[in-house]
Design a protein around this ligand. Sequence first.
Ligand code: PLP
Length: 358
Amino acid sequence: MPKDIFNFSAGPALIPQSVIERIHSGLDDFHRGLSIVEVSHRSHAFKEYAKSSESSLRNLLSISDEYSILFLQGGATHQFALIPMNFSKNGVLDYLVTGAWSKKASEYANKVANVNIVSDSSSNNFTNVADPKKWNISDDPDYFFYCANETVHGLELHNPIESDSPVICDMSSTIASRPIDINKYDLVFAGAQKNLGIAGLTILIIKNKLLSDCNKELLPMFDYSAHAEEASMLNTSPVFSWYVSGFIFDWITEQGGVRMMGKVNMEKSSLLYNYIDESSFYSNPVSKPYRSWMNIPFILARDDLENDFIQSAEDEGLFNLKGHRTVGGMRASVYNAMPIEGIKKLIAFMDDFAKLHE
Ligand SMILES: Cc1ncc(COP(=O)(O)O)c(C=O)c1O
């Protein structure tokens, strides 16, 4: 991204400039003159790369040997289908619905088994979460599913949810944005195209104990344990996307790891939320304890100015601020690779725009 251009897309999202430069070298020559986009996933050179990228991710997120890591295609949505197929046994699955993504996941699962909705935030337009004491938890569900960060609605559960049953979490838009204790989860998954790379790769971190419980009746392509046995190479792997993610793992490590990411992400989001809260022209509807550090939706006091806002922002080099098509308004996605200068430039623009129209 040229200097002074900032991409606030919710995903596929921005990639650090230094990573883009490193990708170029692999495009020219990954191994013995062959480009990364023409090497086999089964080549020795790529298998070595795959092994080293897995170990970088293990170090970055402090993932122990009790967990396997899968690098698959299909996106997070594909996991919405595979998770109930693999882990539904007794037929009751607990889903916490806090936004568009967990809602979709629960609808997919409901086609496979009986979904019990623990709590549903749709009654407050996904701006708040009911007190956990009021949640309707099943006696012995096969697992408990939730989405840590709802990308569309900008609602984030900032602490892990504990459960007696296996905890499965969609971390597509929050993974690696701060330290997380993987040991609190049985399965974490994320599409790579926000904090971990580009579209085409989905990363799963899955406890070996849960892996051994996969439904063995499934065809191998749908069975997580079959993918694990083949080291994510059951069929052609998403070589290029995996390659890019390796550089992202290194980049986060060089920046100071997830601890530093967390510190900077908190600072970035606070700056923008504080500005919005102090303004009479902009507002964010999400209850403060659940405000996302990654995706910050906001609306203008005058919705007739939305197109003008987006066009004027683009003229200033601030891209992809339009809210999700189902909720409207604006949304600034401020993933790891968004520098604090991007937030400052956005706030300065918002301030000028408000003064012009207040
Ligand atoms: C939290 C979350 N879950 C799931 C998805 C779906 O991901 P994919 O399009 O990779 O299937 C997204 C996409 O933005 C997301 O943000």
